[in-house]
Write a protein that binds this ligand. Sequence first.
Ligand code: SF4
Length: 397
Amino acid sequence: MTTSHAEREHALLSASGSHKWLHCTPSARLEEQFPETQSTYADEGRLAHEIAELKLRKHFIEPMGPRAFNNRLKKFKENPLFQEEMLRHTDTYLEYVQGIVHGFTAPPYIAIEKRLDYSAYAPEGFGTGDCIIIGGNTLHVCDLKYGKGVPVSAEGNPQMRLYALGAYVEYSFLYPIERVRMAIIQPRLDSISEDEISIAELLAWGESIKPIAQKAFAGEGEFVPGDHCRFCRARATCRARKEYYDPLEDFKRMKPPLISNEEVGQILERARGLAKWVSDLEKYALAECLKGNEIPGWKAVEGRGSRQYVDQDAAFAALKAAGIDEAVLYERKPLTVPAIEKVLGKAEYRKLLEEPGLVKVEPGKPTLAPISDNREAITRPSAADDFASWSDFNPQD
Ligand code: SF4
């Protein structure tokens, strides 16, 4: 059975939310009281997935002539969220899948937008795999992510493993699957992340999460705040998240007067999420005030307005008629390198700018990152002064 993107429903223990409920087991039940909200980004991602699905179907499942294909594509192009770059990005995904398919000597089995049931591991759990390929003894699970936030790693990724478990349960009777390859394709970030494990490893992981999933389904266990809170619908008013930031107060009582590097590390680790949490609280409080509910000490007010042309063409025509020079009315600015690449496409960009050496890469400024970040740690004593220079400032000089 295949599922179209528009029809996707979500399990309580969803694969995409697994990072959250595996870390904080009661979160799935707590979230139930909050409605699922839709964002433009999610709608955009859905449209890109539908285009990608059409392309994969044309190539692998239901061959169609250019006319039939273009007719179906036209419908997607009429969507106000459609952007030309979606065609290029979904091509990157298609090429990746083609690379896998053509790597087999005999045609592999392919399923697109496949409902995968992993309820044997997580109660009532199911999700939708973007593309499943089985050839030889290998199961491939491909996931297209259209967002351009942060690159997501396939390594040890629970969402991909739950899909793989669902696919294994469905197909292991038909195919001698021994290995699983999982790939997350994020074309807008130029990122493809892959992971490979044996079936024995996958099944052992599945067994290891069973008791956690049972707890999550029952809404039991400890609330555990962390990075995963960003994706939780309870993130604004969750008490555990609030209590997570309370201990920042403890640092005030610490002696001696200067804090140690160890304390700096501890404070930063906790404080990094603080701004995000406060912003979640502000959004929540504004929504409550707008609904007419009281948040003591706060109210909703009209924001500062901005001036807009009633009719830009008419306004500019009037300015020109009054003798204002066009050069004053328009700004002419060169496009940045990333913007030029977007306009030209990767191949043309490389040929015209990169290969003749007309583009250089300036190293970025050193930046602080948590130890879990996968970039290599650097030291640059000569640059340290730039960041510490504020300590030379003496307001009495
Ligand atoms: S906000 Fe964080 S701690 Fe609270 S329920 Fe959600 S995931 Fe758990």
